[in-house]
Design a protein around this ligand. Structure first.
Ligand code: HSE
Length: 432
């Protein structure tokens, strides 16, 4: 009997993850072939710098200077894109691959957040798979978990820690009582944070991932522009300390839900009760919670980045393709995805943490509590501690359940007074 023909890969991008895919396919070749039913082999590669030391033998692969050429090669059945960037060469390659009616695998969450629906449409028209397990939460099989394992459920909510850089920074600030800038600088020196960490610390990377998860979870069209996004730069060691005193940890959380026919998507530093599973997620780990109407709460945790975990996710997609398992990219045909208007973040009803720094003079606390009273927001607990870095008094409060618009009105009234020495900070509390 003839052995089945291998699945031949064109691999674009030979950075950490690309080199990891080559290493995984070498190391686990026999196991992968048994699971996939045929061998999976790289036949051609493309990267910016051919000479760079990667610890892998590139001499056995054909080389293309222009990644787009991979799509047209006769010895490439399927293209893997690990170049990155929402537009530019990655998008050109995606379009060329799908136009050539070949399966496309990517780890590129920015491209999917911006162009995912158009690419999914092109994949449907070409009747080929578009796969992206590595794009959200690295090695955690959360795309498969939601798209396949939980496919029979109506999902009410999906949320989690989607950025390892921010989680690493926040947990180090917590354990070592250091400031944000100091930990960020150290994280860059150690290679945990990019030289330009803007997308990570401003929450944009988490927002890309959340927009993809929300579409998969709720059957809605991807709406990256509808994600209300706030990063972690304003979180101080004092906030972390006060949150701990009140029984919480601070994490950057992306959360999405359908509320009254509207899609709520937001990325925010949040307070999480110590007993919640997300509060135990430390360092660069990622975690995702999804709630289904039959399965209940699912909790996924693992490594969200790095060579091994991300290569693991990419090759899982390749195994599916080699087996002939496909299905629509976003769990249903693009035409079936609902266009849902974004929810107003001000409509959220929840407890909040508020931090204000004020001048140390008589009556200041009364001004703060009056602003909250006038907006109809009730205080559950309050901590005031001595003189802060800017000479102000640090006041941390937890409110009772209140509407976002009311809390915003109270903060606006406080900021309009003469007592504040810095902009106030609000972080929602995740209860369960
Ligand atoms: N920069 C991302 C993070 C990893 O810090 O989680 C890739 O998505």
């Amino acid at each position: 009997m003839n052995s089945p023909s291998p699945l031949r890969i064109g691999l674009a991008g030979l950075g950490t993850v690309g080199a990891g895919v080559v290493r995984l396919l070498d190391t686990n070749a026999a196991l992968v072939a048994r699971r996939a039913g045929r061998r999976i082999e790289v036949s051609a590669v493309s990267a910016r710098d051919r000479a760079r030391a990667r610890g892998i033998d590139l001499g056995r692969f054909a080389w293309e200077d222009d990644a787009t050429a991979l799509a047209a090669r006769d010895d490439v059945d399927c293209v893997v894109e690990l170049v990155g960037g929402a537009d530019g060469p990655a998008l050109t390659l995606a379009r060329a691959t799908l136009a050539a009616r070949k399966p496309f695998v990517t780890a590129n969450k920015a491209m999917l957040a911006h162009h995912g629906l158009a690419l999914a449409q092109a994949a449907e028209e070409a009747a080929v798979p578009l796969k992206f397990e590595a794009a959200v939460a690295g090695g955690i099989p959360v795309i498969k978990g939601i798209r396949e394992g939980a496919a029979a459920n109506e999902l009410a909510r999906v949320y989690g820690i989607l950025n390892g850089t921010c989680n690493y920074i926040l947990t180090r600030m917590e354990h070592e009582r250091l400031g944000f800038a100091e930990v960020l600088a150290d994280a860059q020196r150690l290679g945990f944070a990019e030289a330009d960490p803007t997308f990570d610390i401003e929450g944009i990377d988490a927002a890309h991932k959340l927009a993809i998860l929300a579409s998969l979870s709720f059957g809605t069209r991807i709406d990256f522009a509808g994600v209300a996004t706030q990063g972690i730069a304003a979180v101080t060691a004092g906030d972390i300390d006060h949150a701990a005193t009140l029984g919480f940890r601070i994490r950057l959380v992306g959360s999405a839900a359908v509320d009254d026919g509207r899609l709520m998507q937001r990325v925010h530093p949040c307070l999480i009760p110590l007993g919640h599973p997300l509060a135990a997620v430390e360092g660069p780990l990622n975690a995702v919670v999804a709630e289904g109407n039959f399965v209940g709460r699912l909790f996924f945790q693992g490594r969200g980045a790095g060579e091994g975990p991300t290569a693991s996710a990419v090759v899982a997609d390749l195994i599916d393709i080699a087996r002939g398992e496909a299905g629509p990219a976003f769990a249903m045909p693009v035409a079936a995805l609902a266009a849902m208007a974004p929810a107003d973040p001000g409509d959220s009803v929840e407890r909040c943490y508020l931090r204000v720094t004020v001048q140390d003079r008589p009556g200041v606390l009364a001004e703060l509590t009056a602003a909250l009273r006038d907006a109809g927001v009730s205080i559950e607990s309050l901590i005031q501690r001595g003189v802060g870095e800017d000479g102000g008094v640090f006041v941390a409060m937890v409110t009772h359940v209140a509407k976002g618009q009311a809390v915003a009105a109270a903060l606006k009234a406080m900021a309009a007074g003469s007592s504040l020495t810095a902009a106030p900070v609000m972080m929602p509390i995740i209860e369960r």
